[in-house]
Design a protein around this ligand. Structure first.
Ligand SMILES: NC(=O)c1ccc[n+]([C@@H]2O[C@H](COP(=O)([O-])OP(=O)(O)OC[C@H]3O[C@@H](n4cnc5c(N)ncnc54)[C@H](O)[C@@H]3O)[C@@H](O)[C@H]2O)c1
Length: 487
């Protein structure tokens, strides 16, 4: 960033969490500072104390920033009324004149921060999922609130000309996914061939001992929502992005919940016993033996949806499947850690997996397969296989392997955070990075699908229909979509 750019004052919400403090936002801010940018972390809003030595001992980037910038600590209180929180944010804003808010806390807490900041015209960088609502996994009214809040936010954003609202979605920037999108778009541009068939199967493989279900923030179950609010948003975003790149005659989607399994179902099944028995003797500490409440027991762990692709006459043009499972291979080899019992750090899954197989067919002309088979923390490898029909230049199976697929990508999530701050400062980051940033307006379809999935998971808890469905319209450019219950 050049010195001609405006100085930037940042409010970081969830600034003591892993993603903000250890992995992405603070490292990106420190890099900008190193390059001479006038960027200051003015405040951290988090129930955890950013000056707690026990936390700082685990978080060197946070340690550097609090030493350098001495950010104010805004401490949200449990159950604090929104007006009171807004009042405190407003007071801090008067003192620090925030230009940017980065929201990286538990998604069920996002909305008040996003709405307040947007109404003030403060530029927003918000981690996925943009909106989630407590108890959406089992309470249909709460699930319906996800869409309402998103719409309120979109209206507030559109009412602020020049307001930036971005979402760092790493797969949008990842070389393998970028290439997949190019192949899909090119074929659609040349042959008007839409996507017709696909399977996106993601295996999250995260294993918890029963008492660990009482822990956790952004990737936890204690707020009555679960695994759909974790990494699934990335894959839904890719799925909808490809649909928008190759829509053909597709004007609507019929989303059907085929399968859901909740924390309570899982614990009652005894599936925890085998790995649990191996891990218990390895624990460094004990956690209190709490009785899990219903909202935790009803949070979703595994689920599968079909997305039928419909034309304007509601004829089926094809189908995409999306499934996510937590109950798959786990690489976990440690029991309860001392730091979990201590509670200074947000709980993190141990030995979580990052595995997927994605097959995407564009009619009879093109097939793409993306696969990944890693434990989280390993150097990631994504394989992209690609075939086209020989009559349009296909020469058999083309295979590209993206080694160190996340870190070595041409654009990384840290680049996105840095580019966003540069834009907020009045600068122009390279187009190559800007092209990889998801902005709020472009998230309409992804968020519609995400919200509808919660509506179906909640409906399933009450409904006699084993597989509830909902219709979602594809967005008309610049317009809105309308979802309605299918009969
Ligand atoms: N784009 C990506 O690739 C990516 C990767 C990892 C995480 N994320 C996202 O980043 C966010 C944080 O994930 P994480 O792994 O750091 O989680 P985490 O649980 O480690 O951190 C969440 C932080 O938010 C704080 N918090 C909880 N409630 C709050 C509230 N009401 N107000 C303010 N702060 C609050 C917690 O104390 C904690 O410090 C999530 O939305 C997650 O989906 C994105």
């Amino acid at each position: 960033m050049s010195s001609a750019l405006r100085p930037i004052s940042i409010l970081l919400v969830g600034g003591c969490g892993h993603w903000a403090a250890a992995e992405n936002h603070l490292p990106a801010i420190l890099t900008l500072k190193k390059h001479g940018a006038a960027v200051r972390l003015a405040a951290i809003c988090d129930p955890r104390d950013p000056y707690d030595p026990a936390l700082l001992g685990h978080m060197p980037y946070l340690n550097s920033v609090v030493t350098e910038d001495r950010p104010a600590w805004i401490r949200p209180q449990p159950g604090e009324p929104t007006e009171q929180l807004e009042c405190r944010l407003q007071q801090a804003h008067r003192e620090h004149h925030f230009d940017v808010i980065i929201v990286a806390c538990d998604p069920v807490a996002h909305f008040p921060y996003l709405k307040w900041a947007t109404d003030q015209g403060i530029h927003v960088l918000c981690d996925k999922p943009i909106i989630c609502v407590e108890d959406a996994a089992w309470n249909p009214d709460r699930a319906a609130e996800i869409r309402r809040q998103f719409d309120a936010l979109l209206r507030a954003h559109r009412a602020q000309p020049g307001h930036l609202f971005a979402v760092p979605l790493r797969r949008r920037a990842n070389d393998a996914f970028v290439r997949a999108g190019q192949l899909i778009r090119d074929l659609h541009d040349t042959h008007q061939q839409p996507l017709t068939m696909g399977h996106i199967n993601v295996y999250g493989g995260h294993f918890r001992l029963p008492e660990e279900y009482a822990l956790g923030q952004a990737h936890g179950y204690t707020h009555g929502v679960g695994a759909l609010a974790f990494s699934s948003y990335h894959y839904l975003d890719e799925m909808t992005r490809y649909l928008l790149l190759a829509p053909g005659q597709i004007t609507g989607l019929r989303l059907t919940l085929q399968y859901v399994r909740r924390v309570g179902d899982h614990l009652a099944s005894g599936l925890n016993d085998a790995l649990g028995a191996l891990l218990r003797p390895l624990s460094e500490a004990e956690l209190p033996d709490v009785k899990l409440d219903d909202r935790t027991l009803l949070a979703e762990m595994d689920f599968a949806f079909t997305v039928e692709l419909l034309n304007a006459r509601q004829q089926s043009l094809g189908v995409l499947n999306y499934s996510f499972t937590s109950n798959s291979l786990s690489n976990r080899r440690v029991g309860v850690l001392a730091r979990d019992a201590e509670g200074s750090l947000a709980f993190r899954e141990k030995g979580r997996m990052s595995q997927y197989v994605m097959d995407l067919h564009q009619g009879n002309l093109q097939h793409l397969r993306l696969t990944k088979n890693d434990a989280v923390g390993e150097a990631y490898r994504i394989r992209l296989e690609h075939r086209r029909n020989p009559l349009i230049g296909g020469t058999g199976r083309q295979k590209t392997v993206y080694d160190n697929a996340h870190e070595a990508s041409a654009v990384t999530p840290q680049d996105i955070t840095a580019a966003f701050i540069t834009m907020a400062a009045g600068g122009t980051p390279t187009q190559d990075v800007v092209d990889k940033i998801a902005f709020l307006d472009g998230q309409l379809l992804t968020h519609r699908v995400f919200a509808a999935m919660y509506e179906l998971i909640a409906a399933h808890h009450h409904d006699t229909r084993p597989c509830p469905s909902v219709l979602i319209d594809m967005p008309v450019t610049g317009g809105t979509t309308a979802g309605k219950e299918a009969s």
